[in-house]
Design a protein around this ligand. Structure first.
Ligand code: GLU
Length: 501
């Protein structure tokens, strides 16, 4: 073995069959952290051999999502290293070569059975009491393949171009064992496995063959992937054995679970208001650092009570032996908490372009950057994502179209108009340049003191008049930002339109 073969090389190997899923991003992240922690190489390999499930645009979504998240790969499509190409569809010859080798060595065989013949075999066996019939060591003996047919017949079929697949010859009774970095000692009985198709009738490999060949050819030292692939691992171990290769060390990551229990499927996620595609987080103005920090903690923790760790810190701290076996529950509130923390760490200057983009999306035009820069610090500790700046702060740009009913009920009482009018009179007297938060607050205090009532009795109605809502940032600063004329108009209108509740 030369020294390069001792190096840590890991890969994220998604199939471009749809938008990158948050579970996929967590797998990419753990691979990335593992590589960075150990000074290894992180590779992106696109597993696109299943043409039926190929989705246009999925590969670029994967690459964009990784870039947005800060997980830059060292080798992959568009970043050629020594082991390219990094798209399996461009490596077909390699798989065919190894499929032939497996056949020549007696570990794989040609199978000519039609779908219908396989179906008939299944039905026959089901009728005779086998609940899950497979193409395996026993049934293969009654099927049409290069084990049962005479050699000349096989030759003839191949030469005449008859369709065939190549299947792995799984031994009848064998215990397949391996050490998994997360799950410890794993064992499977070969009886439970079928004679996996390795090469399909279109000449393209299945996931299993391509995955093993590429992991070997690309010098992958550790395979870190989701638990859903654990049941494929014994087939892979057999392939490594038959091809005479050392298998990489494996780590199967715990499932991501729905808060309602069970695996977080698309349907369950929707029911819980959880977005499953990374794209949705990108488009909805989430903080990439927050999503990454949150995902890192779905199955791993640093072993103390720290919760906020930057990508750089995660790289330094990550250890696969701290990854648990138990499923990790996706808690949307926790993610929102992370997002809030990350957002608050950002400067006004860095938030400004994002704020403008969200305004654009909501068709609100505001060319005054200085105005926006004043709104940001006011709103920042009241929102947990950028889009909420607009959702919760639209009154900075337009007078409320309606008043929140619940707040009105609570705020607008018999004596309210009188109090508001008294306040109105006071602020009318303020010069434009003196329309400032301190003065505005002082005057409110004067009005309530003179009326012998509490602060809230005027504060809440005023807030509803100005913003349409019962909660929000400092009201006096809000009024100062809106300016005298706009504030006066809103108060005037409220007095006209609102009836005491
Ligand atoms: N192509 C597989 C996927 O879509 C890769 C699984 C593996 O990492 O082996 O997840």
């Amino acid at each position: 073995m030369d020294s390069s073969q001792n190096k840590v090389r890991v890969r994220f190997a998604p199939s471009p069959t749809g938008w990158l899923h948050i579970g996929g991003l967590r797998t990419a992240l753990y691979n990335y952290l593992f590589a960075r922690n150990l000074g290894g190489t992180f590779i992106l390999r696109i597993e696109d051999t299943d043409q039926k499930r190929y989705v246009e645009g999925a590969e670029s979504d994967i690459i964009q999502s990784l870039r947005w998240s800060g997980l830059d790969f060292d080798e992959g499509p568009g970043k050629e290293g020594d082991c390219g190409p990094y798209r399996q569809s461009e490596r077909s010859e390699l798989y065919a070569k190894y499929a032939r080798k497996l056949i020549d060595d007696g570990h794989a065989y040609y199978a000519f059975d039609t779908t219908q013949e396989i179906e008939e075999m299944r039905e026959r066996l089901q009728k005779s009491g086998n609940p899950s019939p497979k193409y395996d060591a026993i049934t293969r003996m009654s099927m049409k393949n290069s084990i049962t047919l005479p050699a000349e017949e096989v030759e003839k079929r191949l030469e005449s171009g008859q369709e065939y697949v190549v299947r792995l010859k799984v031994p009848r009774r064998e215990t397949i064992r391996f050490e998994d970095m997360v799950r410890g000692h794993v064992r499977f009985e070969s009886q439970g496995l079928d004679d996996q198709v390795l090469l399909k009738s279109d000449g393209l490999p299945t996931y299993h063959l391509a995955n093993v060949v590429d992991d070997h050819e690309m010098g992958i030292s550790h395979v870190i992937r989701g638990e859903e692939w654990l049941s494929s691992a014994p087939k892979h171990i057999l392939l490594y054995q038959y091809l005479g290769w050392e298998p990489p060390t494996m780590a199967h990551l715990p499932l991501i679970m729905s808060p309602a229990g069970g695996k977080l499927s698309k349907r369950k996620a929707e029911e819980q208001g959880i977005m499953v595609n990374v794209k949705d987080y990108m488009e909805n103005g989430f903080e990439p650092g927050a999503l990454i920090n949150f995902l890192a903690f779905l199955g791993w923790n640093p072993g103390d009570d720290r919760e906020i760790l930057s990508l750089e810190q995660l790289c330094a701290e990550f250890a696969i032996d701290r990854v648990g076996k138990a499923g990790a529950v996706f808690n949307m509130n926790k993610l929102m908490w992370y997002n809030e923390q990350y957002m608050r760490q950002r400067s006004v200057a860095s938030l400004l372009p994002d704020f403008k983009r969200e305004l654009d999306k909501a068709s609100i035009s505001c060319e005054d950057d200085a105005y926006l820069e004043q709104i940001l610090p006011l709103m920042l500790d009241r929102v947990s994502k950028v889009s909420e700046l607009v959702e919760h702060g639209s009154y900075f740009f337009k007078a409320p179209a309606e008043y929140d009913e619940k707040s009105l009920k609570k705020a607008w009482k018999e004596q309210t108009p009188q109090l508001v009018e008294a306040y109105q009179e006071k602020i009318n007297q303020l010069p434009d340049s003196g329309f400032e938060a301190v003065a505005l607050k002082q005057q409110l205090e004067e009005v309530v003191n003179e009326a012998g009532t509490g602060f809230g009795k005027l504060m809440l109605p005023l807030r509803v008049a100005i913003t349409g809502m019962g909660f929000g940032p400092d009201l006096f600063q809000t009024m100062q930002l809106l300016g005298k004329k706009e504030s006066q108009e809103r108060i005037e209108r409220a007095l006209k339109e609102i009836q005491p509740g």
